[in-house]
Write a protein that binds this ligand. Sequence first.
Ligand SMILES: Nc1ncnc2c1ncn2[C@@H]1O[C@H](COP(=O)(O)OP(=O)(O)OP(=O)(O)O)[C@@H](O)[C@H]1O
Ligand SMILES: [Mg+2]
Length: 526
Amino acid sequence: MARQGSSFQDELNLYFKARFSLINVVTVEEERVLKEIADACSSRGRPVYSWDIADGFVPLTEATGEVGRPARDPVTALEIIVKLEQDAVFVLKDFHRMWERNPQVVRKLKNVVQTLKRTRKNIIVTSSRNYIPEELADQVYVIDFEPPDFEGMKQILDTFTRIPNVRIDLTDLGREKLARSALGLTANQAQRVFSKAIVTKGSLDEQDIDLVTQEKKSIIRASGALEFFAATETIEQVGGLDVLKQWLRSRENCFSQQAADYGLLPPKGLLLVGIPGTGKSLTAKVVSGLWRQPLIRLDMGAVFGSLVGQSEENIRRALRLAETVSPCVLWIDEVEKGIADTGGDSGTGSRVFGTLLSWMEDKQKPVFVVCTANNISRIPPEFSRAGRFDAIFFLDLPTRRERREIFGVQLLKRRPVIDQFDLDALAEASSGYVGSEIEQAVVAAMVRAFNDGAREFNTADILRVITPPVEIVPLSSSQKDNIERLRQWLIEGRARSASFPEVNSALQEQVRVPGFAAAPDLELDD
Ligand SMILES: Nc1ncnc2c1ncn2[C@@H]1O[C@H](COP(=O)(O)OP(=O)(O)OP(=O)(O)O)[C@@H](O)[C@H]1O
Ligand SMILES: [Mg+2]
């Protein structure tokens, strides 16, 4: 994946040798790519031209001659490439814009590529995003041009240290830290942030790492699909789910240097499946606070762009961005939506998923992925394959003890002291209710009491909401079939119970959904 510096040049030369006539380099760093291409070609004495709609052909290296004809429309430019009697490399800037809109260009390019196969000419299209028309899909080789690596970033930083009158307060280690913190930024972005530090303070030092982090935050904000999420929830605000909570607590220190020295790899990720309203999203938010890592949410809906190919590019860019702020928690809420929301084009959904999967497989950076899912029937089996995630937890209807805890949590959120509430009675009466419904019930009781002369609400007010005739109908009675279907994951051993250490005890203690699958000899409640 990572292609830069000499490795990018080596790769390019390889493709030239293999006579790939049409190469698409995807990058926002046009300047850097042009330099790399020019360097790769000059070392072999090959002429290079760039072309764009404003300036036509421009020689890129000293050894390259002039084309001699202005050609500012893409079809003429392609004709000139065919006719020119030089085995040159032609870099067509932003050519994706031409092939996006103009079928004539697509057709012409297809013809030209056929002709070029018999020559030693190559066309390189640079574009800021990966979009290739279907007709050209098997003619183009796509290369992702990665932002500067650690060595590249150190070189950029070094160019600043050579500027006269700039004070550099950096030890060797500090210099490395600052360069490392800027990884993931493009060369231009890194230069901008270093310049900003120098302009504001007249010096560069370790404190500028904060500035780099801020820059990354603003890039993430601008990316659309990612957002920094300020989560304030703590693990004490999660009722029940003891196994899941213990799992999280026991991994609190697994990101430390000590753990790495011990030979532990940082945890990779968690998949939370289960019944709506049981605390999946809540848990995702809690992880970041517990592990003291920033929380970034990836919005699958925003990943899917309108053009074919754009969605994959979007997710690739988003994941790369997330890596730049690592260690962090990347929260992908309702991950199955990624597949469902693509409407007619189901292929895009699975390709985006494929991109996500292979990234998870290869990722080197400590980005802990928390995926949540409701509709597991939409999740392809390879997603939940063993080893992909560190654990897959199933969040079931809360048991009586768990409901007691959840009532406690929800009441404590709203009142400093809750001794006056009968938690046992509330837990007893709320069989089949999930966390979010318990929260709703508490709020409904408060509204009722408030409208009744703003008196303090009490246990009876809450009970009135959840005992017949109920005010809040739990999903477990309106969507029984769905819940039984979801539970298959637990029964088949595809997921662990978030509440019980063993599947057997989870199944035994399972809250039966009244009126469904309840054999006469089974209790209706836990
Ligand atoms: N186990 C729990 N302990 C305490 N509060 C809970 C619990 N589960 C749910 N809640 C309350 O319900 C709210 C909604 O829960 P959450 O969004 O985490 O559910 P979810 O499982 O993600 O549901 P969905 O599948 O609909 O997205 C939480 O913000 C919290 O206030
Ligand atoms: Mg949720």
